[in-house]
Design a binder for this molecule. Structure first.
Ligand code: SF4
Length: 302
């Protein structure tokens, strides 16, 4: 079967650095034990399993504050998605050894919203409700920022005249750039004075643009990644909506259903920024060896 290996795909530098940091801490006895990660270091089950095998405990829960409550001693590592200053402060107050693996691209947004609010702006932040990255950014400037996801959220805003007069907008790093533009256009329509800062990171953008450019002409796009990975889910959406190619998401080869390949000649493969390369390579290798005609002939003989 013909396989289009979309490039770039898979691990971004923020994820590589975060994983490397956790591995180093796990191997360095100077860091007090146990070693906890506050939430999933990246949204990928396989990557977390690797760290569990090194003795690192991944804690999970509804938000970073309640996750932190579970760590009473030792070392805590904050994930690539970032945490609010309150979480960092509480960790220090509890005497925990703190390691910060926040991606520099996420830190840029934290710094930006602080600066905007220091300059008397009210901030609209486009992000995914329930995702840890908005939780961390909103925690930088509580009371001066509002999370929005859709046009309906924009309609529901109740801004004071002062907030409207000095209004700024920022975004989560892993959104679909096209969805984000649509919501921004809607905000601009209602609040033409808004100062816009698009903080979608370069890794997310380049992976989305590669799908649009390279998946065209394929019969199917297979996106390898975790269901909790926002940028993975956006790649599925980009293939369907912008490249016009149906797409499925799988965590690894075990989830690939051969009936999806029936009648298909060309399949494009990509992966989210938190997907270990080995998982994507296994999928590509399988597809390259897969012969749909042989599989169908075998089926008709049964
Ligand atoms: Fe950093 Fe972007 Fe990777 Fe997130 S997806 S870790 S923001 S480079």
């Amino acid at each position: 079967m013909e396989v289009i290996k979309i490039s770039p795909r898979g691990y971004c530098y923020g994820v590589v650095d975060a994983l490397q940091m956790v591995r180093q801490v796990a191997k360095d006895p100077q860091h007090p034990r146990p070693v906890y990660v506050i939430g999933q270091i990246v949204h990928n089950r396989h990557a977390i399993e690797e760290l569990t095998n090194l003795g690192v405990v991944t804690l999970d829960g509804p938000d970073r504050n309640s996750i932190l409550e579970q760590a009473t001693t030792g070392t805590v590592i904050f994930t690539a998605h970032g945490v609010s200053p309150l979480v960092k402060q509480r960790a220090r107050e509890r005497g925990l050894n703190c390691i910060d693996a926040t991606c520099p691209d996420v830190t840029v947004t934290h710094d930006l919203v602080r600066e905007l609010v220091a300059n008397n702006y009210y901030v609209l932040y486009i992000g995914k409700k329930g995702h840890p990255e908005p939780e961390g950014v909103l925690g930088e400037v509580p009371g001066h920022i509002c999370l929005i996801e859709t046009e309906a959220d924009v309609d529901a805003l109740q801004l004071t005249p002062e907030q409207q007069a000095r209004l700024a907008l920022s975004t989560q790093t892993t959104l679909s750039q096209w969805d984000t533009r649509r919501v921004i256009a809607y905000v601009r329509q209602k609040y033409p004075q808004v100062e816009v800062h698009i903080d979608i990171c370069a890794a997310t953008q380049s992976r989305q643009e590669a799908v649009v450019a390279q998946a065209k002409g394929a019969d199917l796009t297979i996106v390898v990644g975790d269901p909790r990975s926002n940028n993975t889910n956006r790649l599925v959406q980009v293939s369907q909506e912008l490249a016009g190619v149906p797409a499925v998401r799988i965590e690894d080869l075990s989830q690939l259903k051969t009936e999806w390949l029936e009648g298909k000649k060309r399949v494009a493969v990509t992966a989210g920024a938190s997907t270990p390369s080995q998982l994507t390579r296994e999928v590509i290798r399988f597809l390259e060896q897969y012969q749909p005609e042989a599989a169908e002939a075998e089926k008709s003989q049964v």
